[in-house]
Design a binder for this molecule. Structure first.
Ligand code: THU
Length: 150
């Protein structure tokens, strides 16, 4: 199931894989990249950033949301691709057979950015040889968000 043109999904998946190369994940050795696509065509990426104090680690999606909001974006989020895996000899995340999907905290952070523009972005988990497409509203039903505080 996918409303996003296949070429856009492929481009976004590639951006997520490229971002995963920039992961700083010496502790888990699990490199993740996230790529956000906006209605104006912009793509904003993030990668996971770990810390010697393990619990402080940042997920790739959280980093991407912070990057986007830090450049002033408030809404317009139409799709999110996530790619992750153990790095190979040249630092490329080796994708597994199962798509990596955003963790619970990241679903909430993505919802905040999406809700500001009233979109329900397509979340694309990039696996080896396939992609899983799920609307964010299905990953985080009955979400708490900005509207609750209005
Ligand atoms: N990670 C992400 O970046 N995104 C997710 O959605 C799941 C987990 C990162 C956090 C940590 O650096 C590593 O993957 C292993 O959990």
């Amino acid at each position: 199931m996918s409303g996003l043109p296949a070429a856009d999904a492929a481009m976004l998946a590639m951006a997520a894989r490229t971002a995963a190369r920039r992961a700083y994940a010496p502790y888990s050795r699990f490199h993740v990249g996230a790529a956000l696509m906006f209605a104006d065509g912009a793509i904003v990426t993030g990668s996971n950033v770990e810390n010697a104090s393990y619990g402080l680690s940042l997920c790739a999606e959280a980093h991407a949301v912070a990057n986007a909001m830090g450049e002033g974006r408030r809404g317009g989020l139409i799709a999110v691709a996530v790619a992750g895996g153990k790095p190979d000899a040249v630092g490329e995340a080796e994708l597994g057979p199962e798509a990596v999907m955003p963790c619970g905290r990241c679903r909430q952070m993505l919802h905040e950015l999406a809700a500001l523009g009233g979109t329900d972005p397509e979340v694309i988990g990039v696996a080896a040889g396939s992609m899983l497409h799920v609307p964010l509203s299905s990953l985080l039903p009955h979400a708490f968000g900005p509207a609750n505080l209005a």
